[in-house]
Structures are given as structure tokens and as C-alpha cells.
Design a protein around this ligand. Structure first.
Ligand SMILES: [Zn+2]
Length: 353
């Protein structure tokens, strides 16, 4: 299942190139979505395909450098997709298989290590877009009061029924969370999928206690570790760099505590802290539009071939898959897989003390 836009009726195979140009021109005129960060409609087309080679029009805001899909699916299409189609689209499964649980469990432990520094004893943590619940599992196993919510029915049910975790099924607009009830909210690879990341940041701010933290990780639009054609994905309605992600938080009433870019440049993570007073913020990022558009346009196939990424990444992936197969061979239940990972982490921590 994929997003299907009304405007996709204008596919290249439908007619002659003249028709296509006309259709695209009409679409451009009728689909000027305002930037979620600075509200400008002064945008410029930067790509017309997604990583599968399908039509996906992506623009960059000329005022702040935020990159986003325009046109984008309707709110109803987005909800239907995430409720039932997204995981099948990504992983060809309605509920996670053992290898997925192992992979997600390892990722959850890596995330836990990154956020551990701001977790105080017995603090309440909410995982926004909890998937099949692995981060909630790890946080509970490490002694924190953790819960989450997830819009995908198959994954949310897996987390609550198979793993027995406090993971509710629902979208952030609908879940019932007490105001000022959370110390930390985590959102790993979530906000790039939302119709309005700004609206989500504001909602999270209501859930956080005074001085509470929001941790956000998203793919980095400046990344050059993947092939140029793989940059845009139709499920990602927004594509951030560090400057636009940080500014989004400032606009929504947070301060930036810390930021990281992953070693391969593929992901960015920011720790925000809730400002107890809301103050107007000037959303101006001088030079960011020029910077981002220059990086994207200069990332050509030829340049990519002269980096080490196309030669190393396939081997890294194969090695990871072999390790997964080996690790889950003797562990049948998802709980056994996650318990084994947490136990390994506790032993690692003990030996490093
Ligand atoms: Zn903008």
C-alpha cells in the first residue's frame, strides 16, 4: 500500500511530455502548501521522484530551507496509511517478525544509551510513535516509568498484547495524555511523517512537566551516505537539517539543550527543553535555503561513487542481517529476544564500571 495522490493521475506514462509539463504546471499552481516552519509559500521544486522511482514532488522553502512534499496526501489518506498500510509497505508484515524485534531491540538500546544522560530516577517517559514497543520495553526494564502510543494497529497490538506493554493505539491528536504529566517525550523517526510537525511539537509541550525534555531524531536531509535517488521517501512529508529542526523547537516553545549528527551523517537528533513561558520567535535562518539546496544538487551519482559509502554500506547490511539470523535462531518469543538483549546490556554496563 502506498500513498496515492489525486495529482498522481498525471504520471509520465499517461501522455506526451507536453501534456505532462502542462499537468505539472497546473499542479504547481494549485498545490502551494505553506511552509510548516515559517508559513511562507515561497518554495522551489527540488525533486520529482522518490527512492522507488515513483513520482513525488519535493520543494524547498526559499525563506528557511525546510524541505517538504507538495502536494501531499489528504489528512484522511495519511491516517489510513499509518493505521494499516505503513508497516506492510516498509517491512511487508502486519506485525514484527523475530528478526524485526531483534533489530528494533538493538536500536532501542542504542537510543536508550543516548538519552540516558537526561533520565532521572523514576522519571516518566512517553514514546511518541512507539512502533512495536521496544524502547518502552527497554525503559521499563531499566527501571523507568515508560509508556507510548502508536497509530499502526498491528504494531500497537503487538506491543500491548504480545509484549504486555502500556502502548496505546492512536494518533497524537487523539490519545488521552494528562497535561504536564511527562518528564521526557521521545520521538524517534516520527515527526517527518506528520502533516504538521509544528502542531505535534505544541501538543507535546502540553504533555510535558515544567522544564521537561523532548528528544527528536529524524533523517538528515543533508546526508550523502545514501544514493542520491534514495534521499526522498513518500512517507516522509518533511525533510529536516539541524537548523530547521532546532528552529521548529524554538518556535514551538523549547530551548535546544544538545544536538548530534550520526557518524555517517544520516540522522540528526536534538534534545529540547520546554520553556515555561511562550515567547514569540523570529523564524529566520539566513543562508539555510542556499546551503541545503546546494548540498542536494551537488550530491550527484558521480560524486557518490567517489565516496566509500557505496562500497561499505552493502557489506555492513549483510553483516547485520547474518548477526540477526544467528541471534534469533534459538530465541523464539519476542520477549525472550528482548530479555536477552537487555541482559547483555546490563552485563556490558556492569563490566564497564
Ligand atoms: Zn520556511
Amino acid at each position: 500500500m502506498k500513498f496515492t495522490l489525486e495529482s498522481e493521475k498525471s504520471s509520465a506514462s499517461d501522455g506526451c511530455s507536453g501534456d505532462l509539463i502542462m499537468q505539472q504546471a497546473e499542479m504547481k499552481a494549485e498545490c502551494l502548501i505553506a511552509c510548516d516552519l515559517c508559513n511562507s509559500t515561497d518554495s522551489e521544486e527540488i525533486s520529482l521522484i522518490d527512492r522507488d522511482g515513483d513520482y513525488l514532488r519535493t520543494v524547498i522553502c526559499r525563506q528557511c530551507g525546510l524541505v517538504y512534499s507538495d502536494p501531499r496526501p489528504s489528512s484522511e489518506q495519511i491516517r489510513n496509511y499509518y493505521r494499516s498500510g505503513y508497516r506492510v509497505d516498509y517491512k511487508a508484515t502486519f506485525q514484527p517478525k523475530p528478526k524485526h524485534v531483534y533489530r528494533a531491540g538493538k536500536t532501542a538500546l542504542e537510543r536508550f544509551r543516548r538519552i540516558e544522560r537526561i533520565l532521572k530516577r523514576s522519571c516518566r517517559v512517553l514514546d511518541f510513535g512507539a512502533g512495536s514497543g521496544e524502547l518502552v520495553f527497554v525503559l521499563l526494564a531499566m527501571g523507568y516509568e515508560a509508556s507510548g502510543f502508536e497509530p499502526n494497529e498491528g504494531y500497537a497490538r503487538f506491543a500491548s498484547e504480545v509484549l504486555g506493554l502500556p502502548v496505546a493505539e492512536g494518533f497524537y491528536q487523539d490519545v488521552q495524555i494528562e497535561p504536564e504529566s511527562q518528564d521526557v517525550v521521545t520521538a524517534f523517526h516520527v515527526i517527518e511523517h506528520l502533516e504538521s510537525p509544528y502542531d505535534a511539537f505544541k501538543r507535546v509541550r502540553d504533555w510535558l512537566r515544567p522544564n521537561g525534555h523532548l528528544l527528536v531524531e529524524v533523517p538528515n536531509v543533508e546526508a550523502v551516505c545514501q544514493w542520491p535517488h534514495s534521499r526522498f521517501h513518500r512517507a516522509h512529508l518533511y525533510n529536516f537539517n539541524l537548523a530547521t529542526l532546532q528552529m521548529l523547537g524554538r518556535k514551538a516553545g523549547y530551548s535546544v539543550v544538545n544536538s548530534w549528527i550520526s557518524s555517517d551523517g544520516g540522522n540528526i537528533m536534538v534534545i529540547f527543553q520546554k520553556n515555561n513561558e511562550l515567547a514569540p520567535v523570529s523564524v529566520k535562518i539566513p543562508g539555510n535555503y542556499e546551503r541545503v539546496s546546494c548540498i542536494i544538487r551537488n550530491h550527484t551519482y558521480l560524486r557518490h561513487l567517489f565516496t566509500y559509502f557505496p562500497y561499505v554500506r552493502p557489506f555492513q547490511k549483510i553483516a547485520a542481517r547474518i548477526e540477526e539470523q544467528r541471534a534469533v535462531r534459538k530465541l523464539e518469543s519476542p520477549r525472550e529476544i528482548l530479555d536477552a538483549l537487555v541482559m547483555r546490556e546490563l552485563l556490558r554496563k556492569r563490566s564497564s564500571v
